[in-house]
Each structure stands twice: as structure tokens, then as C-alpha cells.
Design a protein around this ligand. Structure first.
Ligand code: EPU
Length: 417
């Protein structure tokens, strides 16, 4: 199994291009199920989660044509199966995003329940309740969600927890429903907005995406379109934190600062100088980072997907910080691995108290999930000596060409088999 070997100590310098956003691409690929015509997507990242999603869509009967320039043509003229099997869903929870589109277009869908996950229990009850409010008949049988509806009906749906994929699933389903659907307490994440832009290009009638109330007026059919997937704000944030930790100077191209306000604010608080242009972000750090406390919450607050990376920064920062995770109940698994590198972290409930140390020391560590593995890469970049990160397949789910990009910035990083 692949590992990453990283020799710490290099200051990151230079420019790299940011890839398309995984968490925008995953729902947008599923939007291709809503029309018989071709949906062309540009800026598709080359990631394990994207190939898993394309395998699932191919299994259902979608024609998938990838070109080598990060574009894909999707056509769901006829679907062979209205089912997402356990074997595919268990490897990627975002597979639940086929439920809304298949049900809306074909009147029936069977999708395996995703089951447990390393970062928390992650139920899908709000996806199910929302579809039931739109008139779907849903039975859970043999570990599968079996949903039926001759035609979904518009409804007012209040979600008591902000859910990103829940909002996306219901928004897609509502595009083909009879009448208007209002999603209240909807997720405001930029990925939800990007999906809405794609659906609107396909002929959907959507207002309010990006706010907490989204109104979707159903139409009879959607048509083909071309959509460019937004830049990955979490990949962007990860490289910015890496540059800040190594006291480097980097420019990230093809990305947008306005999706990253909370993260940029915290980096400035840590002492970074940040310059923003319309499609690039530059960061320069000339001092040891100051410790910064963070608390995760739905967008536009600080993203849970950046929590582990800021924990890594705080490990070597000047001062003491508190890192509070409010979205997932078990998203501190990087703590034990960071402690193996010499970090001083105490966890109590959903808060970690991090006392910055002068240096970390290389060791063998294990990645447990995608963002945890990214945080270990960051810690390794500043650790003395070599760090070997095992189970690196987690990182390939969400970071395109990670060792090439870090090497381009001057890091000493290699993949070993
Ligand atoms: N929740 C419920 N019921 C539901 C759905 C969610 O209680 O029906 C709870 C969850 O248990 C959690 C909270 O609501 O406590 C928020 O979860 P959400 O549904 O927003 O998470 P998600 O849609 O499954 C997406 C991203 C995650 C990211 C979260 C939070 C995708 C494909 N995944 O997950 O990304 O952490 O939103 O921002 O968009 C990652 O990229 O590493 C990743 C895990």
C-alpha cells in the first residue's frame, strides 16, 4: 500500500494551480442524471472519489466520456438500474446524492444506506424526511433506502440541522417536482451555490442558493449544458496553511478568495500577509505562526474540512489555542498521530487545547480520513527528519497530485510503495 515519505524543513515557495472542487463535482456529476441530454463538465479534478462516482454513474447506466483535459461528457438517456449498491456506496458516502435525481426523474430509486464513517455517525435522515415531505414513499429494507413517487410534489422543508449533501439532494429532486419547494435552514456552502448554477444552466428554476432559504420551482424536463466546476476552497486552504507553517511564500492560481473568508481571516491572525487577485491568492509568512483558536460551523463560518490543518499549524505555533469541532463528533483522530510527532494536545469533549511546541519530530504515522491525512502532511513538512504517512489512499480521495504540487513548491516529498 502506498505511503508518503516527507523530509521536513523546506520553506514552500512558488506557484501551483488549484484543482476543481471535489465537493462541488460530486453533486454536479449526479445532476447529470436529471436530463437525457449531455451535461459537459469542465475543471473536473482527477481524484479517487470522482472515479468512484463515475463508476457508480456508469453502473446505473450513464454514458461517461472523459477527455484528458479535465472535462467529462455525461449522458443519462436511459438508465439500466435505478440502484446504488452497497459495494459502491460504502466506499463513498456522497453516493447518496444519486437518490434525489433518480427518484425525481424515474419515480423510483434504491440506494444503500451509507453506514458508519471514520469521522462520525453521519445519518441521512434529513435527506429521507425531505423526500417524504415531497410525497415520496420510502421504506428502509435490507440496508437499502427504497423510494417511490409517481411525481414529487413541491413542499416547504425545514431542516433542523444544516446539511450540505442533504440540501443538494433535495434541491436536485425539487427541480423536476410539481410546484414550488422551499428549503429552509439550507446549507449556504459555495458548493451548493455551484450546483445551483449548473442546474440553472440546465433549465432549473432556483432562487436563493447561497442563502439559507432556497426556492425551487419544478419544471417538466431539464436540458443539456456546459458547466465549469468551481475551484477547491479546501485544497486552497490546505496549501495556504502549509505555506504559513513553513514560513514560505506561495501563489495559488485558479482559485477564489471570496469562498475562504473565515480561513483567510485566521491565517492573517496567525501572522500571514495575504494578497488577493480575481483568480489567485498569494501568502507570505515571515515569522513563526501565532496560535489561533478556531470553532467549526456551517458556511460562512470556519469549515470543519480545515480543522485538522489548523490543528497542525497550532501544534508548532507560538502560544496556546483551542480547536472546537461542532459538526462531526469524531473528527479528532489526527490528534493521536500528531502526538506521535511530538505535539502537545489535550482533548476534552469536542475541544482540543493545543500548546505550540518549538519543533515536531518525524515518525511513522497513519492517516485515518481525508483531512486528517492532509494535516499529517502539513505537520511532516515542519517536523525534524523524515515522517512516513501510511494509508495514504485517504489523501488520494481529495487532493489531486499532492506530491507533484508540494514538490513544485520545494517540499521534499515522495510516494513509496
Ligand atoms: N446530519 C444529520 N442528518 C442528515 C444529514 C446530516 O444529522 O440527514 C448531520 C451530520 O451528522 C453532521 C451535520 O449534519 O453532524 C453536517 O453534515 P452534512 O450533511 O453537512 O455533511 P455531508 O453533506 O455528509 C459534506 C462534505 C464533507 C464536509 C461536510 C460539512 C461532501 C461530499 N461532503 O458532507 O466533506 O465535511 O459537508 O461541511 O460535500 C471532506 O471533503 O473531507 C468531507 C468530509
Amino acid at each position: 500500500m502506498d505511503k508518503l515519505a516527507i523530509q521536513g524543513g523546506a520553506r514552500l515557495r512558488g506557484e501551483i494551480r488549484i484543482s476543481g472542487a471535489k465537493n462541488a463535482a460530486l453533486p454536479i456529476l449526479c445532476a447529470g442524471l436529471l436530463t437525457a441530454e449531455t451535461l459537459r463538465l469542465e475543471n473536473l479534478p482527477k481524484l479517487k472519489d470522482i472515479s468512484t462516482s463515475l463508476t457508480l454513474l456508469g453502473h446505473i447506466g450513464m454514458q461517461v466520456e472523459l477527455d484528458d483535459k479535465n472535462s467529462v461528457d455525461l449522458q443519462a438517456a436511459h438508465l439500466d438500474k435505478l440502484e446504488a449498491p452497497y459495494e459502491l456506496v460504502k466506499t463513498m458516502r456522497a453516493s447518496i446524492l444519486v437518490l434525489g435525481p433518480i427518484l425525481a426523474r424515474y419515480g423510483e430509486a434504491r440506494v444503500s444506506l451509507p453506514g458508519g464513517c471514520a469521522i462520525g455517525s453521519r445519518p441521512v435522515d434529513l435527506h429521507i424526511k425531505g423526500l417524504q415531505a415531497m410525497g415520496a414513499e420510502i421504506h428502509i429494507e435490507h440496508g437499502y433506502i427504497h423510494a417511490k413517487a409517481t411525481r414529487l410534489q413541491g413542499a416547504r422543508i425545514f431542516m433542523d440541522t444544516v446539511t450540505v449533501t442533504g440540501t443538494e439532494n433535495l434541491m436536485m429532486a425539487a427541480t423536476l417536482a410539481n410546484g414550488a419547494t422551499v428549503l429552509e435552514n439550507a446549507a449556504r456552502e459555495p458548493e451548493v451555490f455551484d450546483l445551483a448554477q449548473c442546474l440553472i444552466a440546465m433549465g432549473a428554476k432556483i432562487e436563493g442558493a447561497g442563502s439559507d432559504t432556497i426556492t425551487i420551482t419544478g419544471v417538466e424536463t431539464l436540458h443539456g449544458a456546459t458547466h465549469k466546476i468551481m475551484a477547491d476552497r479546501i485544497e486552497t486552504g490546505t496549501y495556504l496553511v502549509a505555506a504559513a507553517m513553513t514560513q514560505g511564500q506561495v501563489r495559488l492560481l485558479g482559485t477564489r478568495a471570496d469562498t475562504l473568508d473565515a480561513v483567510l481571516e485566521k491565517l492573517r491572525e496567525a501572522g500571514a500577509q495575504i494578497d488577493v487577485e480575481s483568480d489567485s491568492i498569494s501568502l507570505r509568512m515571515q515569522r513563526r505562526p501565532r496560535a489561533v483558536s478556531i470553532k467549526t460551523a456551517p458556511y460562512p463560518a470556519f469549515p470543519t474540512d480545515m480543522q485538522a490543518q489548523f490543528m497542525a499549524l497550532n501544534c508548532i505555533a507560538d502560544g496556546v489555542s483551542r480547536v472546537t469541532e461542532t459538526i462531526f463528533e469524531n473528527r479528532f483522530m489526527h490528534v493521536q498521530e500528531m502526538q506521535r510527532l511530538g505535539a502537545d494536545i489535550e482533548v476534552e469533549g469536542n475541544t482540543a487545547l493545543v500548546r505550540g511546541v518549538d519543533k515536531l519530530e518525524g515518525a511513522v504515522v497513519m492517516a485515518t480520513d481525508l483531512r486528517a491525512s492532509a494535516s499529517l502532511v502539513l505537520a511532516a513538512l515542519v517536523a525534524e527528519g523524515e515522517t512516513v504517512i501510511e494509508r495514504i489512499y485517504h489523501i488520494d480521495r481529495g487532493y489531486e497530485c499532492i506530491e507533484e504540487k508540494f514538490s513544485q513548491l520545494g517540499a521534499r516529498i515522495r510516494r513509496v510503495h
